[in-house]
Design a protein around this ligand. Structure first.
Ligand code: B1M
Length: 230
């Protein structure tokens, strides 16, 4: 399936006679949501002797970065991002075991969930997929996540970052309760906290003591990279 309008950088037709071109083709087909083609190209790149980390960074992450930019600019919409993310997963499924063998460091460990009382997860899933596309290891706690569950998961997984999503004005308070729970457990200083969701603002994030606010999934990647100091 071909969707969306690739940016100029990705629209160029190229042959696959060099390693760089394979990476470009992976990024371009990821952008277009061509999951089968991405999988074939990832195998092809591996057959050419390319390192899994290079394929991840130069192909999959490069493609998702373009998706993020165009999503932020309003040139791509949610369904297109979801389809691109599926193509990204098709490539990741092949690379994941190889990356684990080579112990390639992840961009960071990111725990994410929708707060207590809130069942909305489309935006949260988009944020998660964009972060995975940027090389973060994500742990998804799902929806309706109580403060205690966030605290327990921080203790268990020791992430560098936590992301909380809320879509209801009535559940936004769950973010503050979670931050307080982390403070009480003595874990607040071990993590950076990012919040997002339609009813939120940067002022609200500051008011509840979060480290950052991201208005959309593409910005969430930039914010996460900033919080990691990269
Ligand atoms: Co509900 N719902 N809903 N709903 N729902 C809203 C949010 C609402 C605005 C609709 C309305 O009244 N106009 C309203 C909230 C009003 C308010 O509080 N201000 C509302 C309501 C009232 C309700 C119920 C209470 C309805 C009822 O039962 N009476 C109920 C609550 C259930 C519950 O959670 N306990 C309810 C239920 C549902 C469904 C289950 C039917 C369904 C959710 C399905 C699902 O998520 N699996 C649903 C939906 C789909 C919506 C709307 C239509 C769409 C939400 C959505 O997915 N948007 C929504 C109205 C609307 O927005 N037009 C609405 C697309 C998504 C990509 O955007 O989630 O904003 P969003 O995510 C963005 C950014 O916000 C940001 O990045 C994303 C991508 O760029 N972002 C983050 C999100 N999380 C982030 C985290 C980050 C960073 C960025 O860092 C960690």
């Amino acid at each position: 399936m071909v969707i969306g309008l690739p940016s100029d950088h990705l629209r160029k037709g190229r042959t696959m006679d060099t390693k760089a071109h394979v990476l470009e083709q992976i990024a371009s087909n990821l952008y277009k949501g061509e999951d089968d083609v991405v999988a074939t190209l990832v195998h092809q790149a591996l057959d050419q002797g390319m390192a899994p980390a290079k394929i991840l960074n130069g192909g999959l992450i490069a493609g998702m970065d373009e998706v993020g930019k165009d999503f932020k600019a309003g040139d791509l919409f949610v369904p297109e991002v979801l389809i691109a993310a599926r193509a990204m997963h098709a490539g990741m499924d092949i690379l994941r075991p190889l990356l684990a063998e080579g112990e390639v460091p992840s961009a960071g460990k990111y725990l994410i969930g929708t707060v207590q009382g809130d069942l909305h997860d489309i935006g949260k899933n988009l944020v998660k997929m964009m972060l995975e596309g940027a090389g973060f290891e994500t742990i998804d706690l799902g929806t309706d996540v109580k403060p205690d569950a966030f605290v327990a998961a921080v203790r268990e997984h020791q992430p560098q970052l936590i992301g909380m999503s809320a879509l209801l004005t009535t559940t936004m308070t769950g973010m503050k309760a979670t931050i307080e729970g982390l403070e009480e457990a003595g874990l607040r200083d071990t993590v950076k906290i990012m919040v997002g969701g339609a009813p939120l603002t940067a002022a609200f994030a500051e008011q509840i003591g979060a480290d950052a606010y991201a208005p959309d999934a593409a910005t969430a990647v930039d914010v996460a990279r900033n919080l990691m100091g990269v």
